[in-house]
Ligand binder design. Sequence first.
Ligand code: CP
Ligand code: NVA
Length: 311
Amino acid sequence: MKRLNNKDLISLDRITTDEFHLILETAKKLKAEWKKKRSNKPILKGKTLAMIFEKASLRTRVTFEVAMLHLGGASISLSQTNFKLGERESVSDVAKNLERWTDGIMLRTYAHDNVIKMGKSASIPVINGLSDFSHPCQALADVLTIQEHKGSLKGKKLVYVGDGNNVAVSLAFACAHAGMNFVSVSPEGYMLDRKLLDSVADKADVSGAKLEITSDYTAAVKDADVIYTDVWTSMGQESEKEKRTEIFKNYCVNESLLANAKDDVIVMHCLPAHRGEEISADVIDGSHSVVFDQSENRLHAQKAVLALLMG
Ligand code: CP
Ligand code: NVA
């Protein structure tokens, strides 16, 4: 199996555009193989993935576990009830133990620095399964979904509406690789950091992507091919929920917003969703919504990441 240059998948700004496309191509092949035969070649036979969860998860946990099974390997899930990074023992000691027994680590954590430390300390691959900073596996599944629905990525316009959070950051990085036009719309104080977009400007220059930040909600969605939203209050921000609900109350992806986009716009959400908050029920459950395709593609995108890092 052809490998990525890096040992780990920490964030999409740390991979090359060639690697980004290699992951997508591999995902497509593994998905086609699975759809045709209901089985994949056992690329990870005898290998084990340790999965650490400091936060809740449905999709990430199930899709990594199923991906390992389909590729002939196994996984072990360590949840926050019996596991808190840095409390019982340091990130580095956890890494040095896990590398003696397993072949890869998937980490869902609060501090992004934990993912970086884990990657530096472990000799085995480390995959970011969501940190406060980024959610790379989600964005890989998302671009795979966009490609399936739109046929190509280059020149397509993705408008992200809502909090400039971990999901927004990874989408911006993915668009920079893919040559997509990315517009992020958030209320003042919750916008993406301009410096993050500047940090991938070289990749965007090569791919032809335009990356923008705005607070003009209605103008931004004009001619959108994709409208994407996520929760107003991410995991770890629960104490801010009331304040955020007030600030974001006009940032709902609903039918009247869709009217400004292209007729064939697709609507995306990483899930879990809150109907009536960041997205209306008629939109998420309506004909433009592809949220369960995204969810399915977590499986196929992550198979590619696992195969390329651990195969
Ligand atoms: N989208 C996503 O990562 O879902 P989970 O939090 O359920 O893993
Ligand atoms: N931004 C959300 C994504 C959940 C998959 C969070 O971090 O809680």
